[in-house]
Design a protein around this ligand. Structure first.
Ligand code: 13P
Ligand code: SF4
Length: 330
């Protein structure tokens, strides 16, 4: 029975019994309920440690599409839960805190995006996975930062393409592919915070360090990169590259897996512009805590729901992305 105060708060606000080992109890609930925990690299380290699977947004979608579990607990932001629900409508998809949204997805309101598409007929619409289900329903093919380049390149050179919502990722893909996609003017407030001056100062202090940058960062920041890529691409580069020091210009949650995978290497988080905030942290990703995860599994709430009409339209561009990615071995 869902309580009114939970609904008001967007998560199960129940104190957990004292003396419980939450990590043990969470795993026990997963076994009892045939539930799988999936977590994004930006979540808190203890959540990543408990998860059955940790990945970037492409890998999470791929994994969700194939899971045999009855319940998927998506430790990440809301659009990740929606993507899993759209791919697995018969499964129960839970998210520990329904307030965990994404500034980038929010920078593309459905009505405005729909008007923009009507103003530009004849375009193929490519949307980043960081969008609401309603935006995906207006899309021809979804991409993630892990496959955007290859999917854009799978279209003929002269294809007229609208790319949304991230202007930084779109501009970066235009640059590396020589395309001229029309860009929606959205952005991620975390990735837009990184400071060119502070990264340059770090570079001066660590001249051997390689600079790893997520493509959601601004052009001037991407210009300082040794490699630009999705969280999984940056991780792979750090693992495979012989260099011992890396300046990491993306949400700081990825440092957990980087340090775990490469204990002999040094990872330096790039600071944001302002010293007054922890703006290189995505506050929404950090909303997932052990207590909320435990309560979510115990009470099977909050559940991610997607309107059936929207899901029917949104599933096609997601499947198209997964098919192209599989064909390309991504
Ligand atoms: P990835 O596609 O690299 O997982 O990034 C998702 C995201 O939210 C970046 O801010
Ligand atoms: Fe969205 Fe930015 Fe958070 Fe990624 S880091 S989930 S794009 S707000």
């Amino acid at each position: 029975m869902v309580r009114k105060e939970w609904e008001e708060k967007g998560f199960v606000d129940e104190p957990v019994e004292s003396g419980l080992d939450l990590k043990v109890e969470i795993r026990k609930l997963c076994r009892q309920k045939n539930a799988v925990i999936m977590a994004h690299y930006y979540t808190n380290g203890e959540i990543q440690e408990l998860a059955d699977f940790v990945g970037d947004s492409l890998a999470l979608a791929q994994k969700a599409a194939k899971t045999t579990a009855d319940i998927i607990v998506m430790c990440g932001v809301h659009f990740m839960g929606e993507t899993a629900k759209i791919l697995c409508p018969e499964k129960k998809v839970l998210i520990p805190d329904a307030n965990a949204s994404c500034s980038l997805a929010e920078s593309c309101p459905t009505t405005e995006f729909s008007r923009f598409l009507k103003e530009h007929p004849g375009y193929t619409v490519i949307s980043y996975v960081n969008t609401t289900a309603a935006t995906k329903a207006m899309t021809d093919v979804v991409v993630t930062s892990g496959n955007a380049r290859q999917i854009v390149e799978s279209f003929p050179k002269d294809e007229k393409i609208i790319f949304g919502p991230d202007r930084n990722l779109g501009r970066y893909i235009n640059t590396i592919t020589g395309r001229n996609m029309l860009l929606w003017d959205g952005a991620c407030h975390v990735h837009e915070q990184f400071s060119v001056e502070k990264i340059k100062a770090l570079k001066a202090a660590h001249p051997q360090a390689k600079v790893l940058v997520h493509p959601e960062c601004k052009e001037e920041v991407a210009g300082l990169a040794d490699v630009v890529g999705s969280t999984a691409v940056l991780l792979k580069y750090a693992v495979n590259h012989e260099e011992k020091e890396f300046i990491v210009v993306t949400e700081s949650g990825i440092l957990h897996e980087m340090r775990k995978s490469c204990p002999d290497k040094t990872f330096i988080p790039a600071p944001p512009e302002s010293d007054a905030c922890a703006c290189n942290e995505c506050k929404d990703m950090k909303m997932v805590t052990l207590e909320k995860l435990y309560n979510t599994l115990k009470y099977e709430w909050p559940e991610v729901k997607v309107d059936a009409g929207i899901a029917e339209k949104a599933v096609r561009p997601i499947h198209r992305m997964l098919e192209i990615s599989e064909k390309l071995g991504l």
